[in-house]
Ligand binder design. Sequence first.
Ligand SMILES: Nc1nc2c(c(=O)[nH]1)N[C@H]1C(S)=C(S)[C@@H](COP(=O)(O)OP(=O)(O)OC[C@H]3O[C@@H](n4cnc5c(N)ncnc54)[C@H](O)[C@@H]3O)O[C@H]1N2
Ligand code: MOO
Ligand SMILES: [Mg+2]
Length: 425
Amino acid sequence: MNNTAETNEDKFRRQAVSVEAAQARVMPFIVPSGTEQVKLAESMGRILAEDVVAPHPYPFFRRSGMDGYAVKSSDTEYCHAEEPVLLQVVDNIPCGSLPSVPIVPGTAARIMTGAKVPDEADAVVMLEMTEQEIQDGRTYIKLKRPISSGLNITPVGFEISAEDRLLEKGRKLSAGEISVLATFGLASVPVMKRPRVAVLSTGSELLEVDEPLQDGKIRNSNTYMLASQIIEAGGEPHLLEAIPDQLDKARRIIEQALTDYDIVITTGGVSVGDYDIMADLVKGPDVEMLFNKVTMRPGSVTTAAVKNGKLLFALSGNPGACFVGFELFVRPLLGGMLGREKPFLAEICAELGSDYMKINNFTRFVRGRLDLSSGKVIAYPALLDESSVMVTIKDSDVLIVIPPTTTGVQAGQRVKVLKLPGGGW
Ligand SMILES: Nc1nc2c(c(=O)[nH]1)N[C@H]1C(S)=C(S)[C@@H](COP(=O)(O)OP(=O)(O)OC[C@H]3O[C@@H](n4cnc5c(N)ncnc54)[C@H](O)[C@@H]3O)O[C@H]1N2
Ligand code: MOO
Ligand SMILES: [Mg+2]
């Protein structure tokens, strides 16, 4: 125990700042995380470090959209069921091969989907619309309907022209982006380095996840929850050993972590209790405290400090508050370091699905579930949303923002919701 009357006084006398003000105090400490090359197959979820410009149009050649025959549409202009046109098949073009015989009037080339259409042809007729005939050892196709120019041909550059910007710096790579990179030959991709984030827990009640349960103790879930949030946000989590509750030892461990890692997150020990050392720890001689109370719930005790330009986030031990603290403060910092254009949780407007009658003079970030099935955007608050409740975090895809209220908010009212990236829609 390290508390004195004086430090306790300090702990109690905290100056609360708004979420926006707290975020604004964090964001100036964004340092770009640097870049590296990774193999395309390993680029999923990474953040692109440079704009990617198309080195060539796509498709690169006029491409057949069907298995059929490449023809000159002018040859079919006057044909009909009673007077079909016969075209001699002079070439066979499988996918990946090039046309080898020019198409002159009265001829056609058998062609497969994805193959290059001969320059002289301007349409492809599907196999099903043709009848084959052999005359004097020559193969012909019979067409009974005029074919319009351009039919079943994808023109050069239909999707992308040369020099088009394909992907912008700061974009998160997922299936669609990776398909683009593969198409344009980027076997190795420039991505932002993942900021290295240390996670340290506090609290003598914590057991490792593989330890048998003991009365009065709980397993450390926050560390693993935070590690998952860090990965999702583009960082690289490093789970360090728990911090003891002796201030001097704790200070040394955290200072070392701030030297070794880009960001340090602690969980627990940040309130006013006897063993809550974080409040004192963020007030060292060379540590600048950015805030130690935020007008929000959960997570009012969320604290941040900076040492040598590196951020220490002391998040609450209560799982709900720890989760929200990460989403509101750590995620945007990580996003900024990764060059993301919009590092904050995306904001949308919704209708509140059920009454939320808790009163509060702080803004609440209530975990909830979005329902789009009625054609409207409806947000349902979780039934259990206390700061200490862990189990409903998994069921939530949004944080519903409930402004300070003395009456509660009724179902049907418009609310702002913040979309959680892990959410299921
Ligand atoms: N007298 C007051 N007491 C409390 C206040 C207050 O203003 N005055 N604030 C309450 C609020 S609000 C919160 S939130 C919590 C914050 O607590 P701490 O951040 O100091 O966290 P701890 O005391 O260490 O633990 C709180 C709670 O969380 C559990 N915990 C801690 N670490 C983990 C972990 N890694 N995994 C899972 N669960 C964890 C811990 O066992 C406690 O149950 O303080 C209120 N008290
Ligand atoms: O910090 Mo506590 O989570 O406000 O409920
Ligand atoms: Mg505490």
